[in-house]
Design a binder for this molecule. Structure first.
Ligand code: AMP
Length: 129
């Protein structure tokens, strides 16, 4: 039974990979402008920047959204935030920046692979639209 569950989970992961543009970026099948990479995460410039600096930071593992986080896979999120701070410094964002996660349809998520937008280089408005 446990084996069957693990098999189903592996299958879901592979199927997710096949459909997912960010998984394809991780695998190098779609080009991206990388700014950081390690064994767990990848950061690359957004194709349609909403600020002078607009970088997406993603786990390499396919996680569909923030709503799919669990005790088992959520460790990567703290790593993303530590790296985000390093990237912000590298990009010269000395006056602050914003980290955004859009979750689900009402949250404005268009790519179903967990990602954090690192935005900076201008003053951000609040509340967001
Ligand atoms: P969200 O709307 O929060 O799901 O964000 C998805 C982001 O991915 C958008 O800001 C898009 O501009 C960005 N995006 C989509 N495809 C690519 C790509 N191939 N390379 C870089 N950014 C992308």
């Amino acid at each position: 039974m446990r084996r069957f569950r693990l098999f189903k989970r592996a299958l879901r992961r592979i199927r997710g990979n096949m459909d997912c543009i960010f998984c394809k970026i991780v695998q190098g099948e779609i080009p991206s402008t990388k700014v950081y990479e390690d064994d767990q995460i990848l950061a690359f410039r957004d194709l349609d920047p909403q600020a002078p600096v607009h970088i997406l930071i993603i786990p390499k593992m396919h996680i569909a959204s923030a709503d799919a986080l669990t005790e088992e896979n959520a460790g990567v999120v703290s790593h993303i935030f530590v790296v985000a701070k390093q990237i912000a410094a590298q990009e010269g964002l000395t006056n602050g920046y914003r980290i955004v996660n859009n979750c689900g349809e009402d949250g404005g998520q268009t790519v179903k692979h967990l990602h954090f937008h690192l935005l900076g280089g201008r003053t951000m408005a609040w509340p967001p639209g």
